[in-house]
Design a protein around this ligand. Structure first.
Ligand SMILES: Nc1nc2c(ncn2[C@@H]2O[C@H](COP(=O)(O)OP(=O)(O)OP(=O)(O)O)[C@@H](O)[C@H]2O)c(=O)[nH]1
Length: 407
């Protein structure tokens, strides 16, 4: 089905639109589909149990712009079909002379876990080259959001991996409820900007513009992409979501030390326990690994390989930028999900006033922070006394406490 070399074209930007059942994903797409930012975009929808309904709801797009996948959950049964559809889109439609779209928005079923979908795309040899992830946009309903988050792990995972969180139905509830939801969302994901769909007109700032290039063109820098600063699209409506306590804390800590500072996201262990006690055993948290010491390419490659081999299943998302020893002027951009890494991209230079240092943000569920930090230190030369170094780990992977294979 792949009839020409798709890698010759600029990558197609991919947005994964997720959110719990009834959160308002289709309504949002309907509202935004005619927006210039979505010009020449294809929409792929998948509806659990009701395959035929969602495509009909997407009114404004011509019928061949919306591709409906068969009945079944995108993250389980129809992953192969999604991969085929994305491959077909990337090569264009020779029968109709249709050229590949500039963007693809994949609307997942409300029950989908975005991780396996992203993993299927990133681990695919052709799709990983032809598509670049703009971002994961997670829709949360202001009226039911807190209840849904408390009751459904899937919904918390959708929020945890989001690059942007879009709150819908704020027209149905008081400002206090919206602010309370904002706090609950920040405890799960302190990094992603939260926007109120009602306050933003166009698709930019809601559906598109989550990628590194977008953060750079907005002047938010690498920190904006990594979620270290809460600005950009979130700024216009941040006030509705209360003080960004957690995000600010994370950002402050992120600048604490050059060698692996603590971005500790223990928020669910204190405060508001009457709402969040259910979350405590999720083990969903994020932290960042940092060093300003340049890292040889093979050291970062080995670190990533061992981390993904041993703890890949606990990594929901990974984003990062690396200061390479061989080529310190040109940072390496990392993007991963579960055990899979998108082929690393090297930027032409460090953007703007970004300080050249390595920062890797890990969002995990059950991912042992201590283990990730020790491994990172071992491979980047920051080993503490009495801790295994890189040579020891490569000779004997069990040298690090907590190391296990096949996990
Ligand atoms: N008042 C109000 N209603 C909304 C808003 N957004 C969506 N709705 C309503 O919420 C219901 C569910 O919206 P959908 O867009 O179908 O939600 P969905 O996330 O696509 O749902 P699934 O495909 O079932 O997962 C519909 O009745 C919408 O009209 C909003 O911002 N305000």
């Amino acid at each position: 089905m792949i009839s020409q070399n798709p890698a010759a074209r600029p990558p197609i930007r991919l947005t994964l639109l997720t959110g719990f059942l009834g959160a308002g994903k289709t309504s949002l797409l309907n509202r935004l589909i005619g927006d210039p930012a979505l010009e020449n975009a294809a929409v792929v929808v998948n509806e659990f149990g009701e395959a035929a309904i969602d495509p009909l709801l997407i009114e404004a797009v011509s019928s061949d712009g919306v591709i409906s996948l068969s009945n079944g959950c995108l993250c389980c049964t129809v992953r192969g079909e999604l991969v085929d559809t994305l491959s077909d889109l990337a090569t264009g439609r020779e029968d109709t002379g249709r050229s590949p779209p500039k963007r693809v928005v994949v609307e997942t079923t409300g029950l989908a876990d975005p991780g396996p979908i992203l993993a299927a795309i990133m681990s695919h040899p052709i799709l990983s080259e032809t598509y670049s992830l703009d971002g994961v946009v997670t829709v949360v309903d202001a009226a039911n959001g807190r209840r849904t988050l408390a009751a459904h792990l899937d919904s918390r995972r959708q929020v945890a991996v989001a690059d942007r969180i879009v709150v819908t139905k704020s027209d149905l509830v008081s400002a206090d409820v919206v602010a309370g939801l904002g706090e609950a969302l920040r405890r799960i994901n302190p990094r992603a900007p939260i926007v109120d769909a009602a306050t933003i007109d166009g698709a930019e700032g809601i559906l598109v513009g989550c990628g590194l290039a977008d953060a750079l063109s907005r002047g938010d820098g690498v920190g904006g992409w990594l979620g270290e600063v809460q600005r950009a699209a979130g700024a216009t409506s941040a006030a509705s979501f209360g003080r960004a306590t957690d995000a600010t804390d994370a950002s402050d800590h992120a600048h604490d030390g050059a060698h692996g500072s603590e971005v500790d996201n223990h928020h669910h262990h204190h405060g508001h326990q009457h709402h969040d006690h259910e979350h405590r055993h999720d083990g969903i948290r994020s932290f960042s690994l940092e060093t300003d010491r340049p890292i040889p390419f093979d050291a970062i490659a080995s670190f990533l390989e061992i981390l993904t081999q041993t703890a890949g299943q606990t990594i929901l998302r990974m984003k990062g930028i690396v200061l390479l020893a061989e080529n310190p002027q040109r940072p390496l951009v990392l993007h991963g999900v579960q055990g899979f890494l998108h082929p690393p991209v090297q930027l032409a230079s460090w953007p703007g006033d970004t300080e050249p240092k390595t920062r890797i943000v890990l969002i995990g569920q059950g991912l042992e922070e201590r283990y990730a930090r020790d491994l990172f230190s071992a491979f980047t030369g920051g080993v503490a006394p009495d801790t295994a170094d890189r040579a020891a780990i490569e000779a004997n992977p069990l040298a690090i406490p907590g190391m296990r294979f096949g996990g």
